[in-house]
Design a protein around this ligand. Sequence first.
Ligand SMILES: C[S@@+](CC[C@H](N)C(=O)[O-])C[C@H]1O[C@@H](n2cnc3c(N)ncnc32)[C@H](O)[C@@H]1O
Length: 228
Amino acid sequence: MNTKNRVDLVDSGNRHSAQAEEARLNHARRAERDAFFRRFGYDSDAAVEFVLAKALPLPGPVLDIATGKGRFVVALARHCTEVTTVDISANEQRFARLEAAHVGVAGRIRFVIRDAAKLPWRSARFGAVVSMNAFHHMDNPDRVFAEMLRVLRPGGKLVLADFTVGGFRLMDKIHRAEGRIHPHPPSRFAPWKVSLLRLGFRVKRFRGCYQDVLIAVAPTISAVKRLP
Ligand SMILES: C[S@@+](CC[C@H](N)C(=O)[O-])C[C@H]1O[C@@H](n2cnc3c(N)ncnc32)[C@H](O)[C@@H]1O
């Protein structure tokens, strides 16, 4: 091996271990934060498991809306091989990438920075479109909901999850303890459920202590043709 190749190899090894260290630190910060939430009675991983238990199995490819720091999409990637996640914030998604690398699922997730109100994919591109704990952060949730429907293929599965009233109350308490405010405009799940039923979707809604989950299966093409 010549000197240049040896230097390149050492450089790439150093880069790799710096990234692994950054991912380890990110994971440690997250574990600390999880412990803080648990002191108030909220278990973030249990919340994700609650949603996944209602949502799985998911036909691929799967699109996750609003990556955030990646808790939901990383858990999802343990069950689904072809996952794309979109977020408007590159900064938030960076944490998600680190966590995905830390737990070894980075290769299963495609990260895209984009406003979910204007998704860059053709219609009917995804077998499942999902989102957890994100709508209350959005300026235009109705537009995002419409985009989620547009990119869902006939027969595909839509999964919408956000906090219940009790969940928001608890989040308020936690955020107040940190000197922050947590936004929560009224949930749009009730009117969305009505629209989905009108469009011929099969809809189920599950309310746990903290999570409100709407699962809707789109009509197949032949069922759409039969709709009035
Ligand atoms: C609380 S985080 C999502 C949590 C994540 N889904 C999870 O369960 O781990 C909310 C995210 O919504 C993103 N967001 C808000 N409006 C958006 C939009 N119009 N398009 C895409 N992402 C958006 C924010 O950047 C933020 O990262």
